[in-house]
Design a binder for this molecule. Structure first.
Ligand code: FES
Ligand code: FES
Length: 82
C-alpha cells in the first residue's frame, strides 16, 4: 500500500460500523481514507476490508504495514498501547 497524497504517515483511528469498506490507496479520493471511485482514471486500486461488528480500527497511512489496510506498528506508533 502506498502513501495517499493527503495522508501524513500516521495511522488513522476510526470507529466504524459493521460493513464492507474500501480504503483509498491512490490518494485521489475526496472522501479519504475511503475510495470514491476516482482511481478509475488510473493508479492504484482500493483495499477492501470487512468488519463483522462495530469496532475501532487504525488504518495505515505510511505504506509500511504488512497487514493492510491496518497499521501493524511498522510506523513506530504503538497502537496496541493507545
Ligand atoms: S479513489 Fe483512491 S483507490 Fe479509489
Ligand atoms: S501507519 Fe503504517 S504501519 Fe502504522
Amino acid at each position: 500500500m502506498s502513501n495517499a497524497d493527503t495522508d501524513t504517515g500516521m495511522p488513522i483511528r476510526l470507529t466504524l460500523d459493521a460493513g464492507i469498506y474500501y480504503r483509498c490507496c491512490c490518494g485521489k479520493s475526496v472522501n479519504l481514507p475511503f475510495c470514491d471511485g476516482a482511481h478509475q482514471s488510473g493508479g492504484q486500486l482500493p483495499i477492501r476490508f470487512e468488519l463483522k461488528e462495530r469496532q475501532q480500527v487504525y488504518l495505515c497511512c505510511c505504506g509500511k504495514t504488512t497487514k493492510a489496510p491496518y497499521c501493524d506498528e511498522s510506523c513506530g506508533v504503538l497502537v496496541s498501547k493507545l
